[in-house]
Design a protein around this ligand. Structure first.
Ligand SMILES: [Fe+2]
Ligand SMILES: [Fe+2]
Length: 144
């Protein structure tokens, strides 16, 4: 399996986890929402770790491109992590409007972020890295 296939699939799964959490929040099912949001958050953070701890360092080493796309991706992960924290807070306060508005910001951020990875960073990684062993290493961190 290619790096592109493997990580693109994870983006799709995270989108689905968010859609489920969002639905529960919209319906005011707070206990269910907390559980579903937690899954979305944990899986998203795991996906980020696979990129930050396995893919990006190898990409930088193999291509010599250190101050390029990987730096931008790390910054965007930080922005996403901040939004996730604020969403968790909104959820604890049962503040539906706040949660949904933060969620919308996060989805816009991630849509653009994921597109850059899927169209540029992942294909470049498949070209320059040993895809099979990268997928094995990332899988060892857990399943999204
Ligand atoms: Fe990413
Ligand atoms: Fe990603």
């Amino acid at each position: 399996m290619s790096i592109t296939q493997y990580l693109t699939e994870e983006h799709r799964k995270c989108d689905t986890y968010y859609a489920e959490a969002e639905k529960a929040v919209s319906q005011g099912e707070w206990e269910k929402a907390k559980e579903l949001f937690n899954t979305f958050k944990e899986k998203t953070l795991l996906h980020f770790r696979k990129e930050e701890d396995v893919l990006f360092p190898e990409f930088e080493q193999r291509t010599g491109i250190v101050m390029g796309p990987t730096q931008v991706m790390r910054m965007e992960h930080d922005q996403a992590r901040q939004l996730l924290e604020r969403m968790e807070q909104a959820l604890q306060n049962q503040n539906k409007d706040e949660f949904l508005s933060l969620g919308e910001s996060l989805m816009i951020l991630l849509q653009q972020h994921n597109m850059k990875e899927e169209q540029i960073l992942y294909p470049m990684s498949d070209q320059n890295l040993d895809s099979e062993s990268m997928v094995v290493k990332m899988s060892e961190l857990g399943e999204v």
